[in-house]
Ligand binder design. Structure first.
Ligand code: INI
Length: 183
């Protein structure tokens, strides 16, 4: 019953927001984050890089007018999926932005960490239905990672934009489903 009420409120808000957006052609709606809440989960491993990804993601969400942004740190990229799953189960966010930097270096550890991080994050998105943006760099060198975490060209920024767009897609799909069910 409580879940039904929450669903109803979500749909009502989605309809109101959609109508608001349709009434103004000024807004590039897919990257308007007003009324949306985001969780950013960020790995501390390779922190000099991941903190720059975090800055990029925060900048994108702030510029887009996000209603709320909460940041959670985990040890490494391998831990991102579990944190994302726990966050999804709170039902408090419209999308999750996952940030990390996996750098190949000399060890085969890279392949396991990179693959499990990507697989796990996609699994969370598919199992929970909550958008999870993949902002995890997988590079051969630190220099390549730095180049993707700069002020011009920042994969954290890009991942946040994807999270906004997918939140919108999820709302529009819910809205379309609700309308189709009524007719
Ligand atoms: N974690 C990363 O985020 N990036 C890496 O490059 C990395 N490498 O190369 O080892 C890494 N390893 C730690 C891993 O994410 C886990 O924290 C650790 O294995 C404990 O579960």
């Amino acid at each position: 019953m409580i879940a039904d009420e929450r669903r109803f409120t979500q749909l009502k808000n989605a309809i109101m927001m959609q109508e608001q957006l349709l009434s103004t052609d000024q807004i590039k709606w897919e990257h308007d984050a007003r009324g949306l809440k985001f969780a950013i989960v960020v790995a501390r491993f390779n922190g000099a890089i991941t903190e720059k990804l975090l800055e990029g993601a925060q900048k994108a969400l702030e510029q887009a007018g996000a209603e709320g942004v909460e940041v959670f740190h985990v040890p490494g990229a391998f831990e991102l999926p579990l944190a994302a799953k726990l966050l999804a189960h709170t039902h408090a966010f419209d999308a999750i932005v996952a940030l990390g930097a996996v750098i190949r270096g000399e060890t085969p550890h890279f392949d396991f960490v990179a693959a499990e991080s990507a697989r796990g994050l996609q699994q969370v998105a598919l199992e929970t239905g909550l958008p999870v943006a993949f902002g995890v760099l997988t590079t051969d060198t630190v220099e390549q990672a730095e180049a993707r975490a700069g002020t011009s060209g920042n994969k954290g920024f890009d991942a946040a934009m994807t999270a906004i767009e997918m939140s919108r897609v999820a709302r529009v799909i819910a809205l379309s489903g609700a309308r189709a069910a009524r007719t």
